[in-house]
Design a protein around this ligand. Sequence first.
Ligand SMILES: [Mg+2]
Length: 309
Amino acid sequence: MNPEILTDRSDSDRTSVGVISACPSPRSEVMSVCFRPGDISTRHGQTDLVVEVDADLGRELSRVANAPWLIVASDFDGTLATLIHDPNDVDIHPENADALGRLAQYPRTVAAVVSGRSYTDLHRRVGHIEGVRVVGAHGREIDGPIRLTTDELALLQDVENQMRAMASEVTGVIVEPKDNGIAMHTQKGEAREVEGLIKALTAGLVEPNGLYIQTGKHLFEIALHAPDKGEAVRVFRQELGSMGVPGRDAAAIFIGDDLTDERGFAALGPGDLGIKVGVGQTGASHRVQGLAEVTAVLTSLAELRGQVG
Ligand SMILES: [Mg+2]
């Protein structure tokens, strides 16, 4: 049977695949990852899949996988897990969990999930993957939930109350309290109403209180502190530095799909690798089309890193 090339698996979020190895590409300009047909079950009934990433990215993966120290940091929603309306329903794709878990077990390798979700929420979804570092609140919560002062807690409660009251006027939006802010998911809201609500929240809550705004796909979030996913990469590097690892010996990879990930890409240096998932302007050096490619990238990386002594 001819292999089918998937460019985006985001509409088949329950696909289960088993990766056997990197395999020779049918075309010289791409690198492929083969999935064992017997392990595949999809809504579309595919029985054989080849996910392709461009050859330059393949070479870059080989290069960073051979670095003496490796930091792998990935966003969660829309990168490791399919983006859907209800944030409570989102799980990491098992293949991605497997690849990250393998990476985390290798020596001199740091694997982390860096998300805008609260640490507590994110830990429920990826905390079971042994060795994987959990970073919530856009880089503010590294390995644990943030501790707010009494004044900050009171302000956060006030913001939540006012946001809930204002959002109740607009059908379809979901308000979600986080450790460090309050998020609003707008995917099912009417666009003009959502726009008006965001303007009202900005003028009525954000500006008077000196708060921060973080926007993403169907997401508007008011945060107490400046969001910066790049902080995770910097902290991991500092940790290695404090262990005596020279900066040139550590390569970092950051993978993400949203505007919030741009600060992660911005924290990378010349020897690092940024991978943007999907469309949109980016500062990342490389791009993949969707979640299937992320799985291919992570799985390839786990294979390649496993071959490094
Ligand atoms: Mg995302």
